[in-house]
Ligand binder design. Sequence first.
Ligand code: AMP
Ligand code: GLY
Length: 426
Amino acid sequence: MNILLLGSGGREHALAWKLSQSKQCTQLFIAPGNAGTGLHGTNVNISITDFKALKSFVLEKNITLVIVGPEEPLVKGITDNFKSDEQLRHVVVIGPSQYGAQLEGSKAFAKKFMMRHNIPTAAYREFDETNYSEGISYLQQHALPIVLKADGLAAGKGVLICQSHVEAIAEYELMLQHSKFGEASKKVVVEAFLDGIELSVFVLTDGKDYVLLPEAKDYKRIGVGDTGLNTGGMGAVSPVPFADAAFMKKVEEQVIKPTVKGLEIEEIDYKGFVFFGLIKVGAEPFVIEYNCRMGDPETEVVMPRLKTDLVDLFMATANGKLKEQKISPDSRFACTVMAVSGGYPGSYEKGFVINGLNNPVPADSLVFHAGTGTNNGDVVTSGGRVLTVTSYGNSISAAVTKSKEVLKQISFDGMYYRQDIGYEFQ
Ligand code: AMP
Ligand code: GLY
């Protein structure tokens, strides 16, 4: 079958790499893709939110499976758009309906969903202009630190952890009265701070059944030892040593099953990934957030550990046959180390030539492109996160060491990567 994958990051390169290995994949197209996805299929220059142009392309190329990488088209309703179009109704779209995508697109929606289904999460209240002053009193008596979340999508910047009441009230005012995050902060969720260790858990679901994918832990801060500014993600490891069988059983029983049951009970049209952003507090899992897509850079370690054919999994999702699918992860560790542009996550320059990409890579390492493009035959930088190297190993440190060895062969002006991915497990 002909397949279209939407997106242009490291996640999409890892998905393209995996999809192209399927016997069922005839032609793979990636819109818009990057220089790496172009190694596994054909990049097409269409915006992921231009549903009209995507429709023409899908019809022209006889595409029957569309996989939506990032959240934006989902939150904007691409799945419903295809479903409601007679010419596109036969196309399988992997990604939830617009209503279901609110699990990521609205923090207040997600919190209410968790409350209805008794899913462990931090205590919270939501505020907007109608109960603004009540929110101030709530903040004044709230234990520190206080977590403030813009309700809507805010490019990963909408969560603030405030260490004082003065700071929390000032940020609350900026969000609600001065549109700090535009439309996204017209509503604010105020929640209790949970002290623990985070991990990312993923399922593929049809809204009734699910398969559990390998879990991962990502490293969001720019600096060594998890210091400095937040980024899109500087590296990831899988499996996660503290997510042992007993803990994962709690995750399934207390978080995953009630979530999928909730989708079923509420008749939410959801055929796609659920990404559970979890925190382990003591021995207990709590949900920090839901996402309606895979994580990045988690996908770059999850896909390499997934031995099952990904197209088979997607077709089983579409046909209500997920129960018949078995996931047997590669027993090795997979770790990825992300190389970013100098200055990222602040301002940075693009367009630098990336050297060393033609050097041979060891059999147990993979280079996934993120912000890359081509210019006069050269591969050049085109984003903050540029490329990531995933390696397999029998320990986290062995895998990370291999990735760093590969990164030593690659260079571009200003290149930076964290030396300490997986540090707490070594
Ligand atoms: P999010 O944008 O929802 O992924 O949140 C960004 C980050 O904020 C998370 O990865 C956590 O590190 C942190 N965070 C969010 N909510 C909480 C919470 N209730 N307690 C502690 N940390 C939190
Ligand atoms: N790595 C976190 C995310 O994809 O949101």
